[in-house]
Design a protein around this ligand. Structure first.
Ligand code: PHE
Length: 397
C-alpha cells in the first residue's frame, strides 16, 4: 500500500507537485524581483483601531507623508519606498502577529512601529530574531530598545520624561504632595510613574498615595475617592488619552479640583473630546509643540494640514511628527548604507548622527535611543470640547 502509493507519487504526483512548486517559486521570484526592481518594501504596524487608535492613525499619516516626499524626490537608491500597513488594534499579541506577517510573508526590509511601549515590547523580539531593523517612532519605555541591536527609537526615553514632569511639578507648579494613578497594564505607564516618583521625591516632594487602574477601565470612582481623602495638591496620571479623559471628568464630579499631570500618552485630539473642560489647567510632557517656530517644523505643520484637511485630525500630533521622522531616518540610513540589506541598514541606523527632522535633531546613542528635548504643554478646552495644547516650556536633556 505504502509502496504503491510511493510509486504513484513518483510517477504521477511528483511531477505535478514539482510543477506547482516551480510555478509557485517563479511567482515568488517574480514578486521579489519585481519589488526589488522598483520598490523597497517597509512595514508599519500600529493601532489603526481600538482605544489608542489615534496613535497608529497619526503615525501612519506622518509615515505616508514622509514616504510621498521621498518618492517625489526620486526615492531611495533609485527605487520607490512602499509602506505595507498592519493594524494591531493596540494589542500586544496582534502586534506580534503583525510584525511576523510583515517579515515572513511580505518580506519587508525594515519595520516602523509601535507607539505604545507594550506593543513594541511584544513585537520587537520578532524583528530581532529575524534580523530586521525596527524603528519605534514613539515608544519611550527603556526596555524597548534593550530587546536587541536591531531595535531603534527616534524619541527620548521615560527616565528623562519622568524627570521633566517632576521638575515641572516642583519648580513651576510648586507642588509638594502628589498622588500617582498608574495604568498597571501598560509598561509605559508603570515605568513613567516610577521615574516620576523617584525624581519628585529626590526633589523633596511627597507621594501621598500611589494606586492603579487597568487599561479599558471606565469607572475610576474608587481610586479617585481614595486620592481625594489624601488631599494632594496634584495628581500624576501617566496613562493613555481614553482613560485619562474619562477619569478627569470623574475627578471633577467628585469635587477634585487639583491639577492633573501626565506624559506623552495624553497626546490625542480625542483627549479633548473625552475629557472636555475637566482638563483645563492640566499639563503633560510631549515630544514637540505645533507652536515651535522652527521653519522645518512649521513647513511640516502646513504641509500636513494641506494633505489631511477634512480628516478628523488635520493638526499633526507628536505621533505624526515622530512617524514622519522615523521614515526619513530609515530612508537616510538606506542611502548611507547604499543598500537595503537589513544588516547594512541596521549598521547605518546605528550611526545616525545629527539628523535634522521635525522633532529636532536626532542622534542615536549606543543604546539606539534618541536624546532630545521635551516640551510641557497645557491643555485648554472650551465648553464645546474644542481643545488645543498651549506650549509652556522646553526642557533639554
Ligand atoms: N510614549 C508612549 C509609550 O511608550 C507612546 C506615545 C508616544 C504616546 C508619543 C503619545 C505620543 O507607550
Amino acid at each position: 500500500m505504502f509502496l504503491s502509493n510511493m510509486k504513484s507519487l513518483r510517477t504521477g504526483i511528483i511531477p505535478v507537485l514539482a510543477m506547482v512548486l516551480l510555478a509557485g517559486l517563479s511567482a515568488c521570484n517574480k514578486k521579489d524581483a519585481g519589488s526589488a526592481d522598483n520598490e523597497i518594501l517597509i512595514g508599519h504596524y500600529g493601532s489603526l483601531t481600538g482605544a489608542t487608535a489615534t496613535f497608529g492613525q497619526s503615525a501612519q499619516k506622518g509615515i505616508e507623508m514622509a514616504v510621498d516626499a521621498i518618492n517625489a524626490s526620486g526615492g531611495v537608491l533609485g527605487k520607490k519606498l512602499k509602506v505595507l500597513v498592519e493594524d494591531d488594534q493596540g494589542n500586544p499579541i496582534e502586534a506580534q502577529t503583525a510584525v511576523t506577517k510583515l517579515i515572513n510573508k511580505d518580506r519587508v526590509v525594515a519595520v516602523l512601529g509601535e507607539i505604545a511601549s507594550s506593543n513594541s515590547l511584544a513585537a520587537a523580539p520578532v524583528a530581532q530574531q529575524n534580523r530586521i531593523p525596527m524603528i519605534s517612532p514613539g515608544s519611550t519605555n527603556p526596555k524597548v530598545t534593550a530587546v536587541g541591536d536591531y531595535i531603534f527609537r527616534v524619541c527620548f526615553i521615560d527616565p528623562f520624561q519622568g524627570l521633566v514632569m517632576a521638575k515641572f511639578a516642583t519648580n513651576t507648579l510648586k507642588l509638594k504632595n502628589v498622588a500617582v494613578l498608574r495604568d498597571i497594564k501598560s509598561d509605559y505607564s508603570v515605568g513613567l510613574a516610577n521615574f516620576f516618583v523617584e525624581n519628585f521625591t529626590k526633589m523633596g516632594g511627597t507621594i501621598v498615595t500611589d494606586i492603579s487602574y487597568s487599561q479599558g477601565d471606565k469607572d475610576f470612582t474608587a481610586q479617585l475617592t481614595a486620592i481625594k481623602a489624601k488631599n494632594p495638591d496634584g495628581i500624576f496620571v501617566p496613562g493613555y488619552y481614553t482613560e485619562v479623559g474619562l477619569l478627569a471628568r470623574q475627578a471633577r464630579k467628585l469635587g477634585i479640583k487639583v491639577t492633573l499631570l501626565g506624559g506623552d500618552g495624553w497626546d490625542s485630539s480625542k483627549l479633548w473630546e473625552i475629557g472636555g473642560d475637566a482638563l483645563n489647567g492640566c499639563y503633560y510632557s510631549n515630544h514637540y509643540s505645533v507652536d515651535d517656530p522652527s521653519p522645518i517644523l512649521q513647513k511640516f505643520v502646513a504641509d500636513y494640514k494641506a494633505k489631511y484637511k477634512g480628516t478628523s485630525d488635520s493638526i499633526p500630533d507628536a505621533m505624526a511628527a515622530l512617524g514622519y521622522d522615523a521614515a526619513l531616518i530609515l530612508a537616510d540610513a538606506m542611502k548611507r548604507a547604499n543598500s537595503t540589506r537589513p544588516d547594512s541598514v541596521r549598521d547605518a541606523l546605528a550611526q545616525t548622527k545629527g539628523f535634522m527632522g521635525v522633532t529636532g535633531n536626532t542622534t542615536l546613542d549606543e543604546n539606539r535611543n534618541a536624546v532630545k528635548p521635551a516640551v510641557v504643554l497645557e491643555v485648554v478646552v472650551d465648553a464645546k470640547g474644542n481643545g488645543k495644547n498651549v506650549f509652556k516650556e522646553t526642557v533639554s536633556p
